[in-house]
Write a protein that binds this ligand. Sequence first.
Ligand code: BYC
Length: 353
Amino acid sequence: MYGNDFPGEDPPGGLLGEVEAAEAALRAAAARDRGAAEPGGDLAAYFAEVVDADQKIEPRDWMPEAYRRTLIRQIAQHAHSEIIGMQPEGNWISRAPSLKRKAILLAKVQDEAGHGLYLYAAAETLGVSRDELVDLLLSGRQKYSSIFNYPTLSWADVGAIGWLVDGAAIVNQVPLCRCSYGPYARAMIRVCKEESFHQRQGYEILHTLAHGTPAQKAMAQDSVDRWWYPSLAMFGPPDGDSTHSAQSMAWKIKRFSNDELRQRFVDMCVGQAEALGLRIPDPELRWNDERQAYDFTEPDYDELMRVIKGNGPCNRQRMEHRRRAHSEGAWVREAAAAYAAKRAVKEKEKVAA
Ligand code: BYC
């Protein structure tokens, strides 16, 4: 039993079942005739009709400028998170405890790079270039997830990231498979399937450690103690302080509020922690029969704001590393551009011949 393969899941089939249902809904929406905007008609009304009918907005469609800007902000932040998210785990590639663990971790980190690329490509369909987005990240004008500003101090942290961070990412991203913007929803289907696999590898690392020597078990518990609250904070500020939620939910970009998803994540983790034999570090955690959900201690949202503003334990290190990697990779981009230009000339010559 690994992570989200948990029995008695709600919904049946678990989160992966939900991804499959979202994929089927995407295909069904594509097969339905959603009509076309009347020439010279009310474009805003047509946009609202498409969203209301759970059809997808595509890049060719008219959309409110604020919808476009919100999507660029969220998709870009998501893409940057995937790219920066490679650093904390990359820290352990050369120190993984076996060749097999090293190969698995390498593949996982490589998947995160792939997710970043799908997401940058989805953002580009909104009329912004990859160069602009990278520049916004490197100049600090766009954010990435708070979670990647915490250090990975032990091998068990690779397990805790898989179980808790990827677990939180999936709970947040499964509803995005039903996002109203087609390219983002389609990218999310593939990302969620891969993230689900990542969550299982983290769970399996922790399970092995938790059933190993007392020192290994203590190392696993220490990781869970450090990653629990930062993982809860990944869902964003509480609903009352979430500036974008109401509008994003009306546009069906977000399907659930930050607090709803946080609760869902806590409810999912409790049974998984029991199966691992590890303790969630929250003395207030208990089942509430009336709410049919667990009561829990909220993360420290002042800490979240400090980390978002650049003052977390590793913000400076992460950005310095990314800037250095970007400048050291300039020759690769130049070579790829020169190669593409050469091929374009050859293609043109072929067509002319
Ligand atoms: N970190 O109004 P709100 C992953 C910002 S997983 C940093 O609620 P929204 C991965 C927010 O941007 C992580 N900033 O915003 C996993 C806004 O700031 P601005 C990436 C945060 O957008 C494993 C302000 O706070 N996942 O990639 O409605 C391995 C107010 O918040 C955070 C995604 O990006 C935070 N935790 O909701 C490798 C998923 N929380 O722009 C990689 C897509 C909030 O007004 N994103 N802020 O200055 C989302 O679902 C939503 O954007 C959020 C926030 C739920 C994160």
